[in-house]
Design a protein around this ligand. Structure first.
Ligand code: PBG
Length: 339
């Protein structure tokens, strides 16, 4: 019988050698986050006079114009180069088709304009291109009835509304529009409309693999969602991988400049599969529920908040993300600068 010391002579490969001290670990690190990888989602709201913290997302606010500009400056100072804007209209401004989405005076378009005026090209302004915040029923498109009398979101009737919305966002100053409504053909439709109006330079980040996820829960509070029912006829089934590959392929063929996987941590397998072959950059969205879970456990002292934040973001990048949308963007960028 061999003793443990006999056995140790056979250990030619000792992976622990490369973990021996911080310098060695740094030398062999394969993945490094950069502040410029991070995109900060932000909420701009009508009907408030001071910034309002979202209770299920500590540290995330519905902003007034003043607080939005201040928070965007803080993000840029920390090294974040891109923000993603969501608008929160008052209920009275919501209607059946979501017309404030393409109105120049709609809440989101005003936020885009004021950010672009303040920052020019120093900070990239990305816009959420979806109707759910603006419709009174909370769905991402035009609601009709199918032949059997069931309420459905009408794919092809929704596309012209997305076209108007994207053009209005480009006009307001968005560098990037990000269609998140999961209508078939939305990327081709939006690309054509932007080009037709002379916005060839405005990029499209396509939410390609977007799942009908319970991890969006806190976001619904953040935007005061009026959703009736669920989104399972247009967002993807968490059980499936193949359709994500198809969605990504279609969006690239339709002209997407970036594609995205969302949520992030529960879908790292999807992210990796898509990133392995994508000819365009692949983003991942660490969504509201992922953020809320980490915050909740951290605030309870059950996990080390900062360590879990950095580990989760590093893992998303390691899995294949080139850009990460995360509510931790500023905290993580600061941590990277101080490291
Ligand atoms: C749609 C949209 C949603 C999110 C981003 N864009 C909500 C949804 O699809 O229900 C969720 C983001 C998050 O949970 O952080 N406008």
């Amino acid at each position: 019988m061999s003793t443990s010391s006999d056995y140790s002579h056979a250990l030619i490969r000792r992976p622990r050698r490369l973990r021996a001290n911080p310098a060695m670990r740094e030398l062999v690190a394969e993945t490094a986050l950069r502040p410029a990888d991070l995109i900060l989602p932000m909420f701009f709201a009508d009907g408030i006079t001071e910034a309002r913290e979202i209770s299920s997302m500590p540290g995330v606010y519905q902003h007034t114009e003043d607080s939005l500009l201040r928070a965007a400056h803080e993000a840029l100072d920390a090294g974040v180069r891109c923000v993603d804007l969501f608008g929160v209209p008052v209920d009275a401004d919501k209607d059946f088709n979501g017309s404030q989405a393409w109105s120049e005076t709609g809440v989101l378009n005003r936020a885009l304009a004021s950010l672009r005026k303040e920052f020019g090209d120093d900070l990239l302004i990305m816009a959420d291109t979806c109707l759910d915040e603006f419709t009174d029923h909370g769905h991402c498109g035009v609601v009709t009835e199918d032949r059997h009398g069931n309420a459905i979101v009408d794919n092809d009737a929704t596309l012209p509304l997305y076209q108007q919305m994207a053009v209005a966002q480009a006009r307001a100053g968005a560098h990037i529009v990000s269609p998140s409504g999961m209508m078939d053909g939305q990327i081709a439709a939006i690309r054509a409309a932007l080009d037709e109006e002379g916005y060839q330079d405005v990029a499209i980040m396509a939410y390609s693999a977007k799942y009908a996820s319970a991890f969006f829960g806190p976001f619904r509070e953040a935007v005061g969602s009026s959703l009736q029912g669920d989104r399972r006829t247009y967002q993807q089934d968490p059980a499936n991988l193949r359709e994500s590959l198809l969605e990504a392929e279609l969006d690239i063929a339709e002209g997407a400049d970036f594609i995205m996987v969302k949520p992030a941590l529960p879908y790292l397998d999807v992210l990796t599969r898509i990133a392995d072959t994508s000819p365009v950059p692949v983003a991942a969205y660490q969504v509201s529920g992922e953020y809320a879970m980490i915050q909740a456990a951290g605030r309870n002292g059950w996990v080390d908040l900062d360590a879990v934040m950095m580990e989760s973001l590093t893992s998303i990048k390691r899995a294949g993300a080139n850009q990460i949308l995360t509510y931790f963007a500023v905290d993580a960028a600061r941590a990277l600068r101080n490291a």
